[in-house]
Design a protein around this ligand. Structure first.
Ligand code: HEM
Length: 384
């Protein structure tokens, strides 16, 4: 019987699964006391996203539900119940909704940017929180915005650890679920209320709109990191358009964020001769997929050009899941992520700022990873 590797996973972070998969493509292990099979690659992604093979209900452990997603979240549903809840999310995030939210983010960014020193990770979190609440029609007093932004970030920051960060994430979720259960109206609130009766699940799903939007601060910070390390992209990025979109895709591919996805074997499975008993954990390697040299030549080179003038297949670039958003669990917020990230990256490329000496190390042991300093930048006073 394989030994339980929960502690190794918590200490090795992003390297844990790709390292083991280098030795054997399908890894048999044990996590949180459960037998687990870890798979990866395009074929594995197709297999994982087939509902006949992998279901989601019961797959996510309590520490992840109590911090990142919430109980009763769309992430935990299967079949018809999932399809109907997912339709609700997709109706909120149609192209007009994406364009409207992007415009609000850029407006808040332009209006709040002041000369002086800022920690980009924190600043982006506040900007995104203000814009998404405004977009969703959730009223937040300006004085409460920093605390709300900090709670949304904490829920993501603490889902994969066992220490104080995790406790902070639990407290943040409890506080914000209570708060959102009392929110009575607003455009997105109305859509959610029409679909879901239970006020707790309503609050959970409202958080599943505003929390991941605030979490785009991770990608925005990575974008600044990439511009700092490879300034040769600045000029093309500042022109916006297709290059900004390609840059956003490369940030999502290159930098570590989601390590893997979890489901349960829906029946006794046979994956490339490997027998996986019904009910076992099945993990799909996401970080490894986004750095697979068979899909991405020279995967550790940051190269937005790889996304210019080409379509992206449904099982190719998977930082936000694979397959199709309307027929599976792929992230419905990918349009928002790409559009907002492209717009803010373009803004950063046009902004005149200095990067003082700081610790920009990105530890792959910390999930979710980010530059240690949060990326400090200094915007100079405009000359009079
Ligand atoms: C699902 C990543 C932004 C809403 C997911 C999944 C991933 C992901 C990996 C799971 C896919 C699966 O289980 O197969 C990300 C990342 C984001 C991001 C890295 C950037 C920060 C967003 C945004 C929204 C959003 C902006 C909404 C405004 C959701 C929802 C689900 C989901 C509701 C559940 C979908 C389902 O289970 O059917 N996301 N996401 N995400 N995401 Fe995102």
């Amino acid at each position: 019987m394989p030994v339980d590797e929960t502690v190794s996973l918590l200490t090795e972070g992003y390297a844990w699964l790709p390292d083991r998969r280098r030795r054997t493509p399908t890894v048999r292990t044990r996590l949180l006391g459960r037998r687990a099979w870890c798979i990866g690659g395009v074929g594995a992604a197709r297999y994982f996203y087939d509902e006949e093979n992998v279901r989601r209900h019961g797959a996510l452990p309590e520490p992840v539900l109590s911090t990142l997603f919430g109980r009763g979240a769309v992430h935990t549903l299967d079949g018809e119940e999932h399809r109907s809840r997912k339709e609700m999310f997709l109706s909120i995030m149609d192209p007009a909704g994406v364009a409207d939210l992007t415009e609000r983010v850029v407006d808040v960014w332009d209006q709040t940017l002041r000369p002086g020193r800022m920690v980009l990770f924190d600043e982006a979190g506040r900007v995104l929180t203000e814009a998404v609440c405004d977009w969703a029609g959730i009223r937040v007093a300006p004085a409460d915005l920093p605390a709300l932004a900090a709670d949304l970030i904490a829920m993501v920051d603490g889902f994969a650890t066992a220490g104080p960060r995790h406790l902070k994430a639990r407290i943040a979720r409890r506080r914000r679920e209570k708060w959102l259960a009392r929110v009575a109206d607003g455009a997105v609130v109305d859509v959610v209320a029409k679909h879901i009766e239970d006020p707790h699940v309503r609050a959970v799903e409202l958080l599943n709109v505003i929390r991941p939007t605030a979490a785009l601060s991770w990608f925005v910070t990575f974008a600044a990191h990439a511009l700092h390390r490879w300034p040769e992209h600045r000029e093309s990025l500042a022109a916006g358009g297709d290059y900004a979109v390609a840059f956003a895709h490369e940030v999502r591919r290159f930098y570590p964020f989601v390590p893997f996805l979890a489901g349960l074997a829906a029946r006794d499975l046979d994956w490339l001769g490997e027998e996986i008993p019904e009910g076992s954990l099945v993990l799909l390697d996401i970080h490894g997929h986004n750095h697979d040299p068979e899909l991405w030549p020279d995967p550790y080179a940051f190269s937005p050009g790889r996304f210019l003038d080409r379509a992206i297949g449904p099982f190719e670039l998977v930082p936000q899941g694979a397959g199709w958003a309307d027929d599976g669990h792929r992230c419905p917020g990918e349009g928002i992520a790409v559009s907002v990230l492209a717009a803010l990256s373009e803004r950063l490329a046009r902004l005149d700022y200095e990067v003082p000496h700081q610790d920009l190390t990105i530890s792959l042991r910390r999930v979710p990873a980010r530059p240690r300093s949060g990326f400090v930048l200094v915007v100079p006073e405009k000359p009079v």
